[in-house]
Design a protein around this ligand. Structure first.
Ligand SMILES: Cc1ncc(C[n+]2csc(CCOP(=O)(O)OP(=O)(O)O)c2C)c(N)n1
Ligand SMILES: [Mg+2]
Length: 360
């Protein structure tokens, strides 16, 4: 039999119709490009100010023993605020442990949003009412859940989009691959926002991936990849709004990489001076998302001292309400550890519950 070369064989059918465009060569920016939005920008600014205050207050509450742990999004507020505001009322948010602020901007009560981080076993809110999934600590596991919900919505012809948040470190998890692959094949209405803050605790991005950018990974899955300045709130908002509209229109998923920086340590339990220099932090502090937004608003005459003072007063009210809500000890029942594990507790669980009761 004559040898047949691979190119002579009938091609395997592929589901994609078009090769996705290459990702943005440089992070997409709106600030500094002379396109002010007098409605959106002041709103973004007020939420950025409130968000920063929320972060500092929650961190302070960990020092006072009122909160078990707080992974701060200080420095990443542009991503958080843009995520919370870009969603439509029917859309869903799937946050990670660092995305409390996005959930608050989406409408969750600021104190309720901290329920898990206070050490409770439940989220404190009903995900179906708020369309906010529980904050997810196991890295990237929120992504297949987000895709599942998005795919189910599409099958039901439910007109919504899902926004799933993940960190740069989370992109190395198998769940990231499975979620993006499934979403692209089935054109699930989902947007993946990677907040690339340069580190997974102490592990720098260079040790995480050899890809030219995280956005480039999109191409291999057959979806568009966007690279965005993650400290430019209008740019992140714009990229998200476009990708969510695309998802709702049945055009499939998008991967967005937002380049940002966590100005605080990984959590209150981490010492960031052990793995990054003061000079590096100072360089990013100079690109603080709040300062960038405020400078630009003032330059376009969209903010004056009175407006800034008003934003800070509103932020103080949020902080005061948070302090008040967390001023007492939560009422926790140790037995709750076992209550919802299985419909029928196993003999081992019953034994463990018994032992715990002896200690408490
Ligand atoms: C499956 C899993 N492995 C390891 C951890 C421990 N862990 C918690 S946060 C973290 C770093 C994650 O970094 P990144 O995804 O970049 O998010 P960031 O904390 O920077 O927002 C790790 C390894 C975890 N929570 N889940
Ligand atoms: Mg990170």
């Amino acid at each position: 039999m004559p040898a047949v070369t691979v190119s002579e064989l009938p091609a395997h059918p592929l589901s994609r119709t078009a090769v996705p465009p290459p990702p943005d060569p440089e992070p997409y920016r709106v600030l500094g490009t002379g396109r002010p939005d007098p409605e959106l920008w002041p709103l973004l600014y007020r939420e950025l100010v409130r968000g920063r205050r929320y972060n500092t207050q929650a961190t302070a509450l960990t020092r006072q023993g009122r909160l078990a742990v707080y992974p701060s999004s200080t420095g990443q507020e542009a991503c958080q605020v843009a995520a919370g505001l870009a969603l439509g009322p029917r859309d869903w948010l799937f946050p990670s442990y660092r995305d409390t602020l996005a959930a608050v901007v989406r409408g969750l009560d600021p104190a309720v949003a901290l329920t898990l981080l206070r050490g409770d076993w439940h989220t404190g809110h009903d995900p179906r009412v708020h369309r906010v999934a529980p904050l997810c600590t196991p890295l990237a596991t929120q992504l297949p859940h987000a895709v599942g919900l998005a795919h189910a919505a599409r099958l039901r012809r439910d007109d919504l989009a899902v926004l799933a948040l993940v960190g740069d470190g989370g992109t190395s998890e198998g769940d990231f691959h499975e979620a993006l692959n499934f979403a692209a094949v089935w054109r699930a209405p989902v947007v993946f926002l990677v907040q690339n803050n340069g580190y997974a605790i102490s592990v720098p991005l260079a040790k995480q991936t050899a890809a030219p950018s995280i956005a480039h990974k999109a191409v291999g899955y057959g979806m568009p990849g966007r690279l965005v300045d993650g400290n430019d709130a209008p740019a992140v908002h714009d990229a998200l709004t476009g990708a969510l509209a695309r998802a709702r229109a049945g055009e499939g998923p998008t991967l967005i990489e937002a380049v940002t920086y966590r100005l605080d340590a990984h959590t209150n339990a981490d010492d960031a001076t052990r793995y990054r220099t003061e000079a590096e932090v100072a360089a990013w502090r100079a690109r603080d998302p709040l300062t960038l937004m405020e400078r630009e608003l003032r330059a376009h005459g969209l903010l004056d001292d009175a407006g800034a003072a008003e934003a800070h007063e509103a932020a103080e009210r949020t902080a005061a309400a948070l302090r008040e809500a967390l001023s007492g000890d939560p009422e926790l029942t140790p037995d709750d550890l076992f209550t919802h594990v299985y419909a029928e507790p196993t003999s081992q669980l019953r034994e463990q519950a018994e032992r715990l009761r002896e200690f408490s």
